[in-house]
Every structure is written in C-alpha cells, then in structure tokens.
Design a protein around this ligand. Structure first.
Ligand SMILES: Nc1ncnc2c1ncn2[C@@H]1O[C@H](COP(=O)(O)OP(=O)(O)OP(=O)(O)O)[C@@H](O)[C@H]1O
Length: 267
C-alpha cells in the first residue's frame, strides 16, 4: 500500500481505517467505509502488448474519496487519469488491488457531441430510465428534477443539436442524475468548452451535489484554476497516486512541481 502518500494526504481521514484493519474490527471498518464513495488500495492495471509483454499503466494507486463531495483528479498528460477513472466507472477491470465504488455510478465523457443521443433534451435525459421499472410520472418527475439541478429545465423541449457544448454536458450530467447515481465520474468535461461554459458546467455539478443526497463527483482536469471549486483532489504522476489532499495543498504542490521543472530546464 502507498501508505506514505495516503497518510500524508489526509491523516485525520485515513488513520482510523488503518487502525480498524490492524485490529480486525470489521464492523468499525465497514461503518468507516460507508463514509467513502470511492476507495482503492494498491490498485494496479496493466495491458499485454502485441509482443506479449506486460505493460504497467497504473501502479499502487490508493485513494479515498468521501461521500457527498466534489473531488478532482489531476496530473500530467499520460499519467493515467482516464485509465483510473475508467476503472472506477467499471469500464476497465483492475489487474490488482482493492476497489470499492458506491453504486449506481455514471461516467460522463469528454466530448459533448458524444453525450447526447436523443432528439430533444427531455427525451435524452429520460433515455437511461428505460431500464428501470418506473412509471411515466416518475420518469417525468426525475427528468424535471435532474434538469432543474443543472439549470436546464427551461430547455426541456429543445432539440439537442441547438445546444452549446456546455449545455450538452449539463444535459449529459442530468441524465446521470436522473438515474440516481451515487458516484458521478467526469472525464475532462471542460476541455472542449469556452471559459463561460467551463465555469457553468462546474457550477452545475456543484449545485447538483448540494441538492442531492450524498452524490459524489470525481472530476478529471488539467486546469489548476478549477481546483478552487473542489473539496479535495488527487494528484497522479507516472501511473501512481502521488498525493491526496485538500485543493489548496494540491495547488501549492503542483505549482512547486512546475516551478522546479522550469528551474531545471533553465539551469
Ligand atoms: N490499452 C492501452 N495500451 C497501451 N497503452 C495504454 C493503453 N491504455 C492507456 N495506455 C497508456 O497509458 C498511459 C496513461 O493513459 P491515460 O489516457 O490514462 O492518461 P491520462 O492521464 O488520462 O492522459 P491525458 O491527460 O493525456 O488524457 C498513456 O501513456 C497511454 O498511452
């Protein structure tokens, strides 16, 4: 286990888990786990190359995301953020380690044009509800509530192709909320958006969490300025979780990393 990084990241949160495991107090450990929406320990993921070689992508990734909070996942290009998010979303299976993610969980992808599939906003948000055994009234009520949470209720009858990128992202998030997801996994939603839309989507997610009962969001981003909206963040490098902490600690850590990198290049 990457105990150093974990204990250093959020000692008040992490230490009781280690203690309950050490003493074998499983009831306390279970109650403690209830407070977390996402928990992984020593998670690894590797793929087999065409030559039959094992290629490690993620190593020893340990993190704990408290339920009901808005967290971000950051790190340089290619460090493994999307791969980790796909594992948390059940789209890929880890090759080692322990993982618990509260369910149902929903994954919202990067490109807004790949998110919305039905002709109108209302139909799109209702689309995923077909798999549940619920009444038409219940569907109508869930769609209205979810669109309201992302500030898009007045767009109910709008053809989706007339929406902006940020509005499409919000509709996609509403679709996930309508399915009553406990964990919302969001992969670089703002990379296709202009500045106004970026902030609009982040605020929509924050307001959804505030109006939900314990929904947790994990948001992958490259943009350090988005950290100001986060309750906490996880920083990765080279397939590993390097630090989990509150947003300002992560911001300082990444800025220090960047300035020492620039210093190295210039010296
Ligand atoms: N199926 C695969 N086969 C080979 N390499 C892979 C595979 N999946 C991911 N990788 C490699 O693993 C590394 C992590 O990829 P990933 O997309 O998770 O990174 P990321 O942090 O999300 O990157 P970015 O910020 O650029 O989107 C990259 O070097 C990528 O090329």
């Amino acid at each position: 286990m990457n105990a150093t990084a974990v204990v250093r990241a959020t000692p008040a949160v992490q230490l009781p888990l280690l203690r309950t495991q050490a003493t074998g107090n499983y009831a306390a450990a279970a109650a403690f786990a209830e407070n977390f929406a996402i928990e992984s320990r020593n998670l690894s993921y590797s793929v087999k190359t065409r030559q039959g070689r094992i290629l490690p992508i993620l190593n020893d990734c340990s993190l704990s995301i408290p339920a009901g909070q808005f967290w971000m996942l950051l790190g340089p290009n290619g460090c493994g953020k999307s791969t980790l998010l796909k594992i948390l979303g059940g789209l890929l299976n880890p090759t080692g380690g322990y993982l618990h993610v509260k369910k149902p969980r929903s994954f919202v992808f990067q490109n807004p044009d790949h998110q919305v599939v039905m002709p109108t906003v209302e139909a799109d948000v209702a689309f995923g509800l077909g798999k549940f055994n619920i009444t038409h009234d219940e569907i109508t009520s869930r769609v209205a509530k979810a669109l309201d949470a992302v500030g898009m209720y007045e767009y109910l009858q709008r053809p989706v192709q007339t929406l902006s990128g940020g509005q499409k992202q919000r509709v996609a998030i509403a679709g996930a909320l309508a399915e009553a997801c406990k964990v919302l996994l969001l992969d670089e939603l703002t990379s296709f958006l202009d500045e106004n839309d970026q902030v609009g989507v982040i605020r929509a997610v924050k307001s959804c969490l505030a109006s939900s009962e314990g929904t947790t969001a994990l948001w992958v981003t490259h943009r350090l300025e988005e950290l100001e909206y986060a309750d906490g963040a996880v920083y990765m490098e080279d397939g590993r979780v390097v630090l989990q902490a509150d947003a300002s600690t992560i911001l300082n850590f990444v800025e220090d990393r960047q300035s020492s990198y620039i210093h190295q290049i210039n010296s």
